[in-house]
Design a protein around this ligand. Structure first.
Ligand SMILES: [Zn+2]
Length: 294
């Protein structure tokens, strides 16, 4: 029997795994791939974004509540998940606002990356998914997530780096999430208007700058059949997601018809592969896949 393929997704906060790449993970899990989500912070500084959950007892225990939500989402997706132990930096109101002492985004890179290097050396992923260097959106924890993911990809295979965090392991491919593209939202917007559904995206699209993508999409993973699982996982993060809000306005069936993929940019590859790809493991052969050592 051949050893399973292994996919690691690195995220800043609980809920990010369910809004970025969730259907991709749900699909790979059900195809026999081992999938591990590494969540860098506990999401302690996240605001309650669902009016129905904005209650004093929830706000007072937000760290604990978000752990329980994460446990539920993890079950729905079928993935393994580990917290890397850092504290949420919060989203500053403006550029001058200082980040809280000790939070994830103010850590030295080596300190911030060490638990992830250890996780890479333990789980031994063939492929890692993370955010681009702008963080996908400008939250300091998301930008830091990119930095530690790139660091772990580059350092985990080097026996001289990060001593004491396990035996070296070199992942083969590193991807950035490209789910929030103007192209995708324009397609959904048009389709909703054509069907008389009224699109909520007009304002948003009009504010989007027209410029060539910094990180062009190289890889589109078909996963429309898993959008329901994605939505259920996202709803499990009940403090962060309003079921009557923006994210659930576009009918799932329409998304499955108009844009049935989740999209990525191949940022690093140590295997030969020719984009466009439709599989994160494209170019990885049985010879590259050695067994996990847990
Ligand atoms: Zn986040």
């Amino acid at each position: 029997m051949s050893a399973p393929l292994r996919l690691m997704a690195v995220h800043a906060h609980p809920d990010d795994e369910s809004s970025k790449g969730a259907a991709t993970m749900a699909r790979y899990v059900r195809e026999g791939v081992d999938v591990l989500v590494c969540t860098l912070t506990g999401g302690e500084r996240g605001s309650v974004l669902n009016p129905k959950m904005d209650r004093p007892e929830i706000v007072a225990n937000i760290g604990e509540v978000r752990r329980a939500e994460m446990a539920r989402a993890r079950e729905i997706l079928g993935v393994e998940q580990r917290f890397m132990g850092f504290v949420d930096s919060g989203l500053p109101e403006n550029e001058e606002e200082e980040l809280p002492e000790g939070c994830f985004a103010v850590q030295k890179l080596e300190d911030a990356a060490a638990p992830l290097v250890a996780a890479v050396r333990d789980f031994r992923p063939h492929v890692i998914i993370t955010y681009d260097d702008d963080g996908g959106y400008p939250h300091p924890d998301h930008i830091m997530t990119n930095k530690v993911s790139v660091e772990a990809f580059e350092a985990a295979g080097d026996p001289d780096r990060y001593p004491g965090t396990g035996d070296p392991w070199q992942p083969l491919k590193l991807y950035y999430h490209m789910g929030f593209t103007k192209e995708r939202f324009e397609a959904l917007h048009e389709a909703m208007n054509e069907r008389g559904l009224g699109s909520p995206y007009a304002d948003w699209i009009s504010r989007w700058e027209d410029r060539p993508a910094k990180w062009p999409v190289t890889t589109r993973v078909p996963c429309g059949d898993y959008f329901q699982i994605r939505d259920e996982a996202l709803l499990a993060h009940a403090t962060q997601v309003d079921p009557d809000g923006f994210w659930f306005v576009c009918p799932r069936e329409l998304q499955q018809e108009i844009w049935p993929t989740e999209d990525y940019h191949l940022a690093r590859s140590l295997v030969g592969t020719e984009p466009p790809e439709d599989d994160l493991f494209a170019g990885i052969h049985a010879d590259d896949v050695s067994p996990a050592c847990h």
